[in-house]
Write a protein that binds this ligand. Sequence first.
Ligand code: C2E
Ligand code: CA
Ligand code: CA
Length: 575
Amino acid sequence: MNDFSDDVQSESSDTKHVPLILIADDDPSLRLLIKHVMYQCDFQVIEADNGLQALELAAHHKPDLIIMDAVMPEMDGFQATQKILELEGCCETPVLMATSLDDDHSVERAFLVGASDYVTKPFNWSVLKHRIKRILSAVEVERKIRHIAYHDSLTGLPNRILFTDRIAQAINRVQREGGFFALLYIDIDHFKVVNDSIGHAAGDNLLNIVATRLKELLRKSDTISRLGGDEFAVIIEGIEQVEKITTVARNILDVLQQPVQVSNKNVNVGASIGVAMYPQDGTNFGSLLKNADTAMYRAKDCGRNTFRFYAQEMSEKAMRRLDIENQLISALERDEFTLFYQPKIDLSTQKISGAEVLVRWNQPQQGLVAPCVFIPVAEETDLIIKLDQWVLKQACEQLKCWQNKGLSLDNISINISSRHLKEGGLLEYCQRIIAEAEIAPEFIEVELTESALVDNSEKARTILSQLKQLGIRIALDDFGTGYASMSYLKEFPFDTVKIDRSFISGVPHDEEDSAIIRAMIQLAQALRLNMVAEGVEVQQQLEYLVSCECQYAQGFFWSKPVPADEFEKMLKANS
Ligand code: C2E
Ligand code: CA
Ligand code: CA
């Protein structure tokens, strides 16, 4: 089956379509004559003087018909026809092969490469005109029939037959290129109530509005279909993360929840959506649809206006994530975040020299939530920007408070998401917040991971240099886990490197880890960078680090991250 994606548009446009004819012939005077005749028929014309040019023009303009000379330089008409018919969106283009070679062999060849008909030179102009008109009208009739056969007459959307074909194409693509796609089965809630109480015309109107909203919301590459009654289905392809399907489903629910005006009445409908994924949830149209349908009924059971994945664990994951996202949005306003401080120890004195600031979410129902649960969600929205700004502000105020009490710290470290380097604004808000808190910039160290640098290294370099000029310290966090590129250490203006916990946990029994740590510490010394070892839990680890002349460390061996008042007690005992 072929691709009929443009049918809906061409059907629905009111202005009369003027056929575009491509004339491919190397004889300029003959082209001129043909053009003249085509103008008489009110057709538009484009011209090519060889097969290659014809191919390019066809790809670009998608003509309604091609008059193709058989013998041309560069590429002959047979070859050009064959190549044109292989082009995307051109496979149906009628080609009229013009040949002076009135021999059986050429005629046979013309049909073999896919030409629709042939005319012989010299042209009988009247015959040519009629033949073209006849071909065009046959194509048009065929297109109409096909449209009726493959589209829903009410909404103009692809019907079940075409949808089945699109699923087959999507399956082929995934088998060829990998990845996955999602089939969303959408059922309009309360449709029957509208249909029965306001009437069938209102019901039809409602279905059209639903179709329009779906078309406006989704990408052109997504197939939307009305399978029958109040059931719609959508294929979502080309998505890298499953989570994005959640977003699409939610957006669909959002647009379908908007009140609908039918027969001068505002009605509220809404929808339930079931999602089946290929290849996990089914290997063909039938099994995918059945499982999406099952998931849709589960969604309905959960109180409508919601969606469910067929794979239960995926549903639960999606729901939990959605929950987190919804609650996170207002958590800042409700003042639900709180800061913990983990001491950073100077190994030469065994005293606290600084602190890493780590955020916690004090969720009313669940209590303290760890950052690994909500930071990734916050990073997908703008929330991370506001959250990190809030963290910096709170931490600066806290530090100022300790300084006023005479409790000294060399610096405090703040984790900064890589999103800040992409969005910009980091420099300005650091400057503002530090100034407002009346803190000298050298008391603040920002911690960034390698991933922040990899994606936008040029921009990152600029921003980091500007931060450095302000006097703010910069640390490379989780060193060794990502690209562990030594070149970053030289290229960016770091003051500190933090060796990731995963290396420390191997010490001292893992010889390789131990050797890597020693090498990293030597490298940091050579580059005059401070070195902090993260995640020290036991005495032997501490001893090994001291033997390597590591300067700083943090970890449960001394203390877990603690609230500000507890950290204050530790500070007092420290001095
Ligand atoms: P990170 O920057 O690598 O932070 C160190 C993590 O290691 C902290 O986890 C800390 O509690 C934990 N840790 C410290 N010592 C030990 C130890 O001896 N053993 C073990 N097993 N763990 C130790 P936490 O607080 O759960 O934070 C996790 C991550 O969340 C952080 O990793 C950081 O990437 C991110 N994060 C925390 N606060 C913020 C923030 O305010 N903004 C941003 N953007 N990210 C943050
Ligand atoms: Ca950190
Ligand atoms: Ca770290």
